[in-house]
Design a protein around this ligand. Structure first.
Ligand SMILES: Nc1nc2c(ncn2[C@@H]2O[C@H](COP(=O)(O)OP(=O)(O)OP(=O)(O)O)[C@@H](O)[C@H]2O)c(=O)[nH]1
Ligand SMILES: [Mg+2]
Length: 348
């Protein structure tokens, strides 16, 4: 069967490189669906894009890299409003900006995510104060990803989409995800710079940022600083950071913003620039991306093994279990037999 024109990897990669937003949208949908043509197109796109960018003395990672900025934090802390303002700031200096709004729990029709889409897409439609030109070259690309009930699939798709944006030439890639459960781990894996957004709350709300989550933050933001308690929230965050990190280590910045008015956003951009600069100069960018790649591949590997295992469990139930019960085999022997057949059949 002839492949459909919009599913031919070479064609999609070529059109994305030419700046066609519709082809990029198509590719992202394919990646979200886990379609193999989309995986192939992403590979082609990335190698073509690597060939187009001369490595001016940088490492291969640096020559390719867009700054991938992860924005996470509790629901309603103002992440999307902040992203709006970040888009404005980066557009003002000529960056092309891609945004991935990841929704880990609610279905695609969920209210919050739809609100995000509409609000943030006002940029793409050109109704914001930095108008986007029609068609390609608008400089802002917004995309929502929904979980469709598969969390593993979601984190895979978000990493792939982020790389597609990078290869498509967006210098800034922003990934917004609500800070619950696994999503923070995922964002730490795929982002170069992680912004943790908190807000002033009554009592010890800030404490709801768990210790393990504090670790992933490169820049901390107390948004809604127009509200009471912002300074206290900053102090609490700072003392939590001091406790969590050893003496003498440099603490990440803790900033105050009012996303609704844009107050503090310039300082946030400066902090992100500073972090990016440090990542590049120290070689940490490459190290960090390698760690992310290992973590991503590990998850995929365990998915493959689990799928094999599921197939083999049938055999375990049908034949091996009876042999264990009758004394022909030990359970350990059965496990080894199955493991052997994974090794023989699973890896070509
Ligand atoms: N007072 C005040 N309200 C704000 C500020 N920033 C955002 N908001 C409001 O807070 C609400 C939530 O903002 P969003 O930007 O949707 O928050 P979010 O973190 O993206 O929310 P989810 O994606 O649902 O987790 C909206 O009503 C915003 O208008 C701020 O700086 N001050
Ligand atoms: Mg949001």
């Amino acid at each position: 069967m002839e492949a459909k024109a919009d599913q031919v990897p070479e064609e999609i990669a070529r059109r994305v490189l030419a700046g066609e937003e519709r082809a990029l949208a198509r590719l992202l949908s394919g990646l979200e669906d886990g379609a193999s043509w989309a995986g192939a197109a992403l590979r082609l796109l990335r190698s073509a894009s690597a060939a187009r960018r001369p490595a001016r003395g940088q490492s291969s990672t640096e020559a390719l890299a867009s700054q991938v900025i992860g924005i996470t934090g509790p629901p309603g802390s103002g992440k999307s409003t902040l992203v709006d303002k970040l888009i404005l700031a980066y557009r003002a200096r000529g960056e092309r900006v891609a945004v991935l709004a990841v929704d880990p729990s609610s279905p695609f029709t969920g209210g919050a995510i739809l609100g995000d889409r509409v609000r943030m897409q006002s940029w793409a439609a050109g109704s914001g104060s930095v108008p986007a030109k029609a068609g390609s070259g608008g400089g802002v690309f917004i995309r929502s990803l929904a979980s469709r009930g598969r969390l593993g699939g979601l984190s895979r798709a978000s990493a792939q989409c982020s790389r597609a944006f990078e290869a498509a030439g967006y210098g800034i890639v922003i990934v917004e995800t609500v800070g619950i459960g696994q999503s923070e781990v995922d964002i730490a894996r795929l982002a170069d710079s992680v912004v943790l957004v908190a807000m002033p709350g009554s009592g010890d709300d800030i404490q709801t940022i768990k210790a393990g989550v504090m670790e992933i933050g490169d820049v901390f933001v107390v948004n809604k600083a127009d509200r009471e308690g912002a300074d206290r929230a900053v102090r609490e965050l700072e003392s939590m950071l001091e406790t969590a990190s050893g003496a003498g280590t440099e603490l990440p910045p803790v900033l105050k913003t009012v996303a609704e008015t844009g107050e503090g956003v310039a300082a946030l951009v400066a902090a992100l620039d500073g972090h990016w600069e440090r990542l590049r100069l120290s070689g940490e960018l490459e190290a960090r991306r390698k760690r992310g790649a290992i973590a991503e591949a590990r998850v995929l590997l365990s998915e493959l093994v689990l799928a094999e295992l599921e197939a083999l469990e049938g055999e375990l139930e049908e034949t091996l279990a009876a042999k264990i019960v009758s004394g022909e085999l030990e359970a350990a022997d059965a496990a080894e037999l199955l493991f052997e057949s994974i090794r023989k059949g699973g890896v070509e």
